[in-house]
Design a protein around this ligand. Structure first.
Ligand code: NAX
Length: 328
């Protein structure tokens, strides 16, 4: 049988982990023919809870799950991993300033970047879900000089999926009838969900919708504020949907985006679309065999330009703040 793929998940005892691990172990990430070895990283006080999660993984008797290792030492857990899903992060707690949050996460992502640099497999891919995802990815990437920069990405697939579902409802179609939606920029309130290049059954989505006020005043803010709406309704933040998007993103990265479509992924900017080089910025990308390519040549009107620039400006600010803290 084929060699198991080693997949690391950090923050494995958390909410997202509780959904993500079972999906990975069932084959949703790597397909029905690829066995998987899970490497689960947590902070020391959460290891007991993580043991309970592993008991449940055992009890599922997943045929594809070859082995599970848990621990609190990044170098041990990341040793030889082919894919690292960095989910664990320090949430913003009451009274915490933005600088404190960046600093707390900086400590996590500098250490994890260094550990990956030292011990991960040569073909490693790293996906960051933990917030602030783009800047955490930038910190990890900057602390892993021997890993090609293209191997890092931050998750905007949840925003992409949220956009698909909102647009499908408005247009009275199913999500699979929509292609080429784009999330530009930061996974934050400044993100820009672009339907001007999207297609609904081959027709331009903005033309099908034909309602600029809805696009500007309802659609874009609804997608951007969906996380807050989930917290309001559920009493805790999106977890199953975030896990599902983490699976979608990892699967498409490794096995390729669907023909005739693209996906949104925050990746290192090469200056495309006037975005400052080196930022981790969400773009429309086509993926194949673990590589990605930014879709080029899309026409950008003034409405889109302003929104793409605003989210880039926020990422520049975050980058400058972590630079000032000596994290990159
Ligand atoms: P939880 O607080 O339930 O779980 C996080 C886990 O990470 C905890 O078990 C904690 O012990 C662990 N952890 C903290 N520091 C660690 C470290 N240094 N090494 C390993 N583990 C560590 O949060 P959860 O709801 O699972 O969310 C995880 C992260 O995803 C948060 O940062 C959250 O903001 C972010 N999200 C990102 C989304 C995205 O689309 N990019 C959407 C969902 C979610 O909000």
């Amino acid at each position: 049988s084929p060699t198991p793929v080693k997949v690391a998940v950090t923050g494995a005892a958390g909410q997202i982990g509780y959904s993500l691990l079972f999906r990975i172990a069932s084959g949703a990430l790597l397909g029905p023919d690829t066995p998987v070895e899970l490497r689960l990283l947590e902070i020391t006080p959460a290891l007991g809870a993580l043991e309970g999660v592993v008991m449940e993984l055992d009890d599922c008797a997943f045929p594809l799950l070859s082995k599970v290792e848990i621990g609190d030492d990044a170098e041990t857990i990341f040793d030889g991993v082919n894919l690292a899903l960095l989910v664990g992060a320090r949430p913003r707690t009451k009274g915490m300033e933005r600088g404190d949050l960046l600093e707390a996460n900086g400590a996590i992502f500098t250490a994890q970047g260094k550990a990956l640099n030292k011990v991960a497999a040569d073909d490693v891919r790293i996906g960051v879900t933990g917030n602030p995802a783009n800047t955490n990815a930038l910190i990890a990437m900057s602390n892993a000089p021997d890993i090609p920069r293209e191997r890092f990405s931050a998750l905007t697939r949840l925003d992409h999926n949220r956009g698909l579902s909102q647009l499908a409802k408005k247009a009275g179609v199913t999500v699979s009838e929509i292609k080429k939606l784009t999330i530009w920029g930061n996974h934050s309130a400044t993100q820009y969900t672009d339907i001007f290049h999207a297609e609904i059954n081959g027709q331009n989505a903005a033309e099908v919708v034909n309602d600029q006020a809805w696009i500007a005043d309802t659609f874009i803010p609804t997608v951007a504020k969906r996380g807050a709406a989930i917290i309001e309704a559920r009493g805790s933040s999106s977890a199953a949907s975030a896990a599902s998007a983490t699976i979608d993103a990892g699967r498409d990265w490794l096995t390729g985006s669907p023909e005739g479509d693209w996906v949104s992924m925050a990746v290192v900017s090469d200056g495309s679309y006037g975005v400052p080089e080196g930022l981790i910025y969400s773009y429309p990308v086509i993926t194949r065999n673990g590589d990605w390519e930014i879709v080029q040549g899309l026409e950008i009107d003034d409405f889109s330009r302003a929104k793409m620039d605003a989210t880039a400006a926020e990422l520049v600010e975050e980058r400058d703040a972590v630079k000032a803290l000596g994290l990159i």
